[in-house]
Design a protein around this ligand. Structure first.
Ligand SMILES: [Zn+2]
Ligand SMILES: [Zn+2]
Length: 420
């Protein structure tokens, strides 16, 4: 037996094996982004694809509590049907990787061990699907035309004429695959890639024997209308799976098309789980005297009306939060909803407001007086810039670096921000 090689799913995600579900999700998003094939130069794409799928698989197992427990106790052996976990060595790794990567095809290459074998299922097609928050709120059905490879209807995937016999490929000696070494994490892993002469089949038909319809390709392109349903309350990271709708490959079960939902940023609302938050603008007069009006348009187009104050004389402060129960996002498979948190932004009068002296005098009389004056022995009247910015705060530090980083004041700076 060769040296023992471990594929550690925790290592794939770069987390410890005591990581919480939340940590797993965060690590997955980070790793998936970093290894997304669209995000790397052409030359590294193939490798990135392998990494991306490893990350995907690690997440699928570790995020599912049941699967994670099985993995923790039995290792990958429990997932490939080969029975005994912990056999170590080559064949085991082969199974693990075949299980992890599903298959080869146009896009990657199937990693495998000493004994290359054909994957059982054609590759899944993973893709991101960006959804507006409105659609996640209401739910949405999306129809789209998809072009995919289907088994040729004339030769039924044989690739040759009815009585023709395929010739064994000399390049790969009929194996269909070639072995190469490819880095996987810190170690080199034996990986099989499709033979380019026979395109992984191990044999091929000479031109005169090729199927007329598919020209020996075994598959033809077909258009199909597909429909996905995004349930209301769905969230970022949710997967929508169209089973068996990926490209067909002769001799294999077709893989799935898997959409990974990505929530588009919204101009008004921010979401955390089932809760929503939005900032509402209130004029200074409204903050002091009250109002009754629509403050925000909800994701389904309804106006959300607020009447303030409930008790006469109550004043709204900057940053005050109005919690509206049950106006958050719907929760999947149920009638419950999260809450809506409205953060008050008070719009102070700008330069256009030109009150005369008498009005200001009246205001000073009406509004509360300053607290007791601060007592000091020496008093300096100072000059100031009314358009200062906290971005400059700490800029004069001769040590360099920002004062924000080692600021351990208890919220003093944030209080200043809020009252600007
Ligand atoms: Zn070949
Ligand atoms: Zn054909």
């Amino acid at each position: 037996m060769s040296t023992k090689v471990d594929v550690d799913l925790y290592e794939v995600l770069g987390i410890s094996n005591s990581a919480s579900k939340d940590e797993i999700r965060k690590a997955y998003r980070k790793a998936a982004l970093a290894s997304h094939p669209d995000k790397v130069p052409e030359a590294e794409r193939e490798e990135a694809e392998v990494r991306f799928k490893a990350v995907q698989e690690a997440y699928d197992i570790l995020y599912d509590e049941e699967k994670r427990e099985i993995y923790d106790t039995h290792g990958m052996g429990a997932f490939n049907g080969s029975g005994e976990p912990g056999m170590g060595a080559g064949p085991d790794l082969d199974d693990i990787l075949a299980q992890m990567f599903g298959g080869m095809g146009g896009m990657g290459g199937m990693p495998g061990g000493p004994h290359a074998r054909k994957p059982r299922k054609s590759p899944n097609e993973e893709q991101k699907y960006e959804v507006r928050l409105e659609d996640l709120y209401k739910g949405k059905t999306v129809k789209f035309a998809s072009t995919k490879n289907v088994i040729c209807s004339l030769c039924h995937g044989k690739g040759g004429k009815e009585r023709a016999t395929a010739r064994k490929c000399a390049t790969c000696d009929g194996e269909g695959y070639k072995q190469i070494l490819r880095p996987m994490g810190q170690f080199l892993s034996p990986t099989t890639v499709a033979c380019s002469t026979c395109k992984g089949a191990g044999d091929y038909f000479v031109d005169k024997d090729k199927c007329k319809k598919c020209k020996g390709q075994k598959t033809t392109e077909a258009k199909k209308m597909l429909e996905i349903y995004i349930p209301r309350g769905a969230r970022e990271g949710d997967k929508i799976i169209l089973e068996g709708e990926a490209d067909q490959v002769p001799g294999q079960e077709p893989g799935d098309i898997v959409f990974h939902l990505v929530e588009e940023e919204h101009s008004t609302f921010r979401r955390a789980g089932a809760d929503l938050t939005a900032t509402i603008d209130v004029t200074l007069a409204e903050a002091l005297t009250g109002f009754s009006r629509v403050v925000v348009k909800h994701l389904d187009g309804r106006g959300i009306e607020i009447q303030h104050p409930k008790t006469p004389g109550e004043v709204l402060s900057p940053g005050q939060v109005l919690k509206v129960p049950g106006e958050g996002m719907p929760i999947k498979r149920g009638d419950a909803r999260g809450d809506l948190y409205l953060v008050v932004n008070i719009k102070f009068p700008d330069a256009k407001w030109k009150p005369n002296a008498a009005v200001l005098e009246q205001l000073r009389d009406i509004l509360p007086k300053p607290d007791t004056p601060i007592q000091a022995d020496t008093v300096d009247e100072v000059e100031f810039d009314p358009k200062g910015s906290l971005d400059d705060f700490g800029a004069h530090d001769p040590e360099g670096g920002s004062a924000w980083e080692d600021d351990d004041d208890e919220g003093e700076t944030t209080a200043q921000c809020a009252t600007q």
